[in-house]
Design a protein around this ligand. Structure first.
Ligand SMILES: Cc1ncc(COP(=O)(O)O)c(C=O)c1O
Length: 350
């Protein structure tokens, strides 16, 4: 592949086109401390181990949350990220749900810029399909055995180069509708990006994979009647008359990518419905997809529910509306298309 980037002279020697969605240690991360009153300036740390009390509330009582966003190189060698302010706001909302203190929006966004500048060698080249994934992590670090909110917090931001979450990329995946295990309760914390939600989904995801499916698709926990989301992505369907339909539910994570996609869809003339989706309505969709930062847009080949198998597309096909949405979203993210929304944020890496 031709390397278009002029500025990154010592880019890491990695097989950029084949990167898994996994952790690879990079040059440095940032650690910001909240001492009970204020956040510090943040420290650059090369070692990827952190030092916290073994009695920290994050370890025992789940005061831990995170975010995930991506950084892309453009064709002309610029570096940009996608809507980092939205991730900052979501971390603030998540933190409120479990009585944590989140970093202010400006600190969060500045930390993203900073960690990218520390790890420019790991920004995948334009056209590789890979990106630099930024993982902001917030931990309650007061040592206590009592169940109470931490006073002190550690905000860690690291960067690691990744390929798509589903190794198939834009190739369709098969989903399994999970009925035994709930991911999140209706009035619980399913709409927050807390580590515990992901732990709760591990059994279902592992079982689905063992059966040959890419992921479990969860139903609402109250009635087991409506589609919620996947373990790490929102769900959408395209109706036969060309509408974009995506679940509304109190227990799913409000996806920034999904919200962006809804805006793009409306702008290109695709009507959007954000409403509960009865699981039996899955039978009627013409196309279906998974959407999120990590999943990007992953088309769904088929969904298995009880003794139904609903097929949307062949093993190597992508439905026309899904493809159009994918091209538009990734075009904006990688700078190939004009960003009329102001979603991208350029990071100067000189
Ligand atoms: C449970 C869950 N749903 C949806 C998403 C997609 O959200 P976003 O588009 O903001 O990355 C993610 C990934 O972040 C997720 O973990």
């Amino acid at each position: 592949m031709e390397d278009n980037m002029k500025d990154i002279v010592d880019r890491a020697q990695l097989n950029w086109g084949q990167l898994p969605f996994d952790y690879l240690k990079t040059d440095a991360h940032l650690e910001y401390h909240f001492d009970g009153e204020k956040w510090d300036e943040g420290e650059v740390v090369e070692d990827d181990r952190i030092s916290i009390s073994m009695a920290s509330t994050c370890l025992h009582y789940g005061q831990e949350c995170f975010e995930g966003l991506k950084v892309f190189e453009t064709k002309d060698g610029r570096v940009q990220t996608f809507r980092p302010q939205e991730n900052a706001r979501r971390m603030i909302r998540t933190a409120e749900k479990v009585m944590m203190v989140a970093p202010p929006e400006e600190l969060f966004v500045e930390a993203v810029d900073r960690v990218v500048k520390l790890n420019t060698r790991f920004i995948p080249p334009y056209g590789s399909g890979a990106s630099l994934y930024i993982r902001p992590l917030l931990l309650g670090v007061t040592g206590t055995v009592g169940i109470k909110p931490s006073k002190k917090y550690l905000f860690v931001v690291f960067a690691t180069p990744v390929g798509p979450y589903f190794p198939t990329g834009l190739k369709p995946v098969k989903l399994w509708v999970e009925e035994e295990i709930d991911r999140a309760a209706p009035n619980g914390v399913g709409d927050a990006k807390l580590g515990g939600n992901y732990a709760a989904g591990l059994r279902a995801a592992t079982a689905a994979k063992a059966k040959g499916y890419a992921e479990a698709l969860y139903l609402d926990a109250r009635e087991k009647k409506y589609v919620d989301e996947l373990g790490a992505a929102n769900f959408f369907g395209i109706t036969k008359d060309g509408k974009y339909v995506t679940p509304q539910s109190p227990s799913i994570l409000p996806s920034i990518t999904n919200r962006s996609l809804q805006e793009i869809a409306r702008d290109i003339g695709i009507p959007v419905e954000h409403r509960p989706i009865d699981v039996m309505e899955l039978a009627d969709f013409a196309e279906a997809g998974c959407v999120g930062t990590a999943a990007i847009i992953t088309p769904v080949q088929s969904i298995h529910y009880r003794d139904h198998v609903w097929v949307y597309t062949g093993a190597d096909e992508v439905g026309p509306i899904t493809k159009k949405l994918y091209d538009t979203l990734t075009g904006i993210q990688t700078g190939d298309l004009e960003d009329k929304y102001g979603w991208t944020r350029e990071i100067s890496v000189d």
